[in-house]
Design a protein. Structure first.
Length: 491
């Protein structure tokens, strides 16, 4: 556990509140941090009364023993003592949920009563005194310096993951209130990403597990309020973000409802259902987010390269011109149609896939394959002089030994189909298909991101990522030819 840098200690026999910079006297002077002494904090009471808090001086203070490291002295900026507890440490303690909830109630009351003041938003480093119903908001830069000295874990969990600096003041307060309430009720932060850039992107795009899945059994009103408070700031279709007033109405005053009263008891069947929904949501969300970010990350390159743009136009024209000669399933048996549909993944033959389905069946699969096809063609055109690496069909890669490769691997392998209902003489037939869908790993610079995480632009040998699925398919006879009418996927 990181050593705390916001400390209570004695100076000349009197209590003091100190902010440890973890710098030696020489480093402190070189960093010119003495200016921090001139910045003021503020103590705000629930009734709206305020009192300034001013740093008094800087002192060289000997800290406690940290593991096997020798005891060292560092410069601490200190001021009058405030008998309060750090907000971030309180709501991170899962054994003190009720106290943390009361602290959040007081935080909301205090901020609501002092809306005209320029109060720092960071909950980390804020000190709360529940007995006196008062909160100390120390000088912002002083808090940030001490928290960063505690290490990345403290900074991510207690500060950056709970603040959306891109929002207007009222919306930003609601976001932070929602993020803290999410943390208290679920025991986990809503935005846990450890990469700073990706963390901010997750916050901006609203990439989080819905609270109803993170805290099973929580009442729907609370779930809806929190999810709305921390939703994407980029989607205009999202419902209006709530204000602190809605949180006050839901949570009640200090010393009112306890955390358990917001939950209902779930039986085993409900728990299993929610666990399955959570797993499915995370798989789907990861795939959507990483695919979208890949396209966004490469959009500027694609747009800026005229030759690649010209190739895209030619591809589109070619697809339009080829509509007159599209493949069909005429003459195929039902099993052949199923095999053709899944075999077309690796060949990136979206026209054959489209021929195998009826109306909107398999729409998501066909859109994914089409996107891979276009991106691959553009990449080949852009990298022509360097010798672009072609995509390897997944089954071909598996048959060749499934070893690391610098080429992107995409498609379906290990396909097994079994007829479950109907026969060739009727007009409807059902199959069950199990398979592994292979997507390129982000370590392969030639391919889109997978749900695994960050992309590293290095053309190094890598293994693709396989996702096992099982599909229930319904085929119908349309104009004398078998077509896939429904695909229900499990995985």
């Amino acid at each position: 556990m990181a050593q705390q840098r916001i400390i209570h200690f004695d100076v000349e026999g009197k209590g003091a509140l100190g902010f440890d910079t973890r710098l030696s006297s020489q480093a402190f002077a070189q960093a010119k941090l003495s200016q921090f002494i001139t910045q003021e904090g503020i103590i705000v009471y629930s009734d709206g009364k305020t009192k300034p808090w001013k740093p008094a001086a800087v002192i060289e203070h000997q800290g406690p023993q940290e593991g096997t490291e020798p005891v060292r002295s560092s410069m601490v900026i200190w001021g009058p003592d405030f008998k309060g507890e750090r907000f971030d440490l309180l709501f991170e303690d899962t054994a003190r949920q009720d106290e943390a909830l009361d602290a959040l109630r007081l935080w909301i009351e205090v901020r609501s009563s002092a809306m005209d003041l320029q109060i720092p938003l960071w909950p980390a480093g804020t000190l709360i005194n529940l007995t006196a119903k008062a909160i100390l908001f120390p000088p912002e830069r002083l808090v940030m310096r001490s928290l960063q000295a505690e290490g990345e874990d403290t900074w991510f969990e207690g500060a950056e993951s709970l603040v959306n600096a891109e929002l207007p003041a009222a919306d930003a307060e609601a976001f932070t209130a929602g993020a803290i309430l999410y943390r208290i009720l679920s025991g986990t932060p809503p935005f846990p990403n450890r990469d700073r850039d990706l963390l901010h992107q997750d916050i901006r795009e609203g990439v989080f597990l819905p609270l109803g899945l993170a805290a099973p059994g929580l009442d729907e009103k609370t779930v809806a309020l929190v999810d709305r408070a921390i939703a994407s700031s980029k989607n205009p279709s999202e419902k209006k973000r709530p204000g602190l007033k809605e949180f006050r109405e839901l949570l009640g005053p200090v010393n009112s409802r306890q955390v358990h009263s917001f939950f209902r008891t779930l039986d085993e069947a409900e728990q299993a259902k929610i666990a399955e929904e959570r797993e499915q949501f995370q798989k789907k969300k990861n795939l959507q987010v990483n695919t979208r970010r890949f396209v966004i990350r490469n959009a500027a390159i694609i747009t800026g390269i005229c030759a690649a743009a010209l190739i895209v136009v030619l591809i589109v024209r070619s697809v339009v011109a080829s509509h007159a000669d599209l493949p069909t399933t005429a003459g195929m048996k039902s099993a052949e149609v199923v095999q053709s549909y899944y075999g077309a993944f690796g060949e990136m033959d979206h026209t054959l896939m489209d021929a195998c389905v009826f109306k909107k069946a398999g729409k998501g699969d066909i859109e994914m394959v089409t996107n891979f096809y276009v991106i691959n063609k553009v990449r080949q055109a852009y990298e022509y002089t360097a010798g672009a690496v072609a995509v390897i069909p997944a089954q071909q890669w598996v048959d060749s030994g499934a070893g690391p490769t610098a080429s992107p691997v995409f498609g379906v392998s290990d396909l097994q189909i079994r007829k479950t209902e109907g026969d060739e003489s009727g007009d409807e037939i059902h199959y069950r298909a199990s398979f592994i869908l292979w997507l390129p790993e982000p370590g392969n610079a030639e391919a889109p991101d997978t749900p695994a995480g960050n992309a590293q632009a290095e053309a190094a040998p890598a293994l693709p990522k396989g996702y096992p699925y099982t599909d229930e398919l319904k085929l119908i006879r349309h104009k004398g030819a078998w077509r896939i009418a429904e695909i229900n996927r499990e995985g």
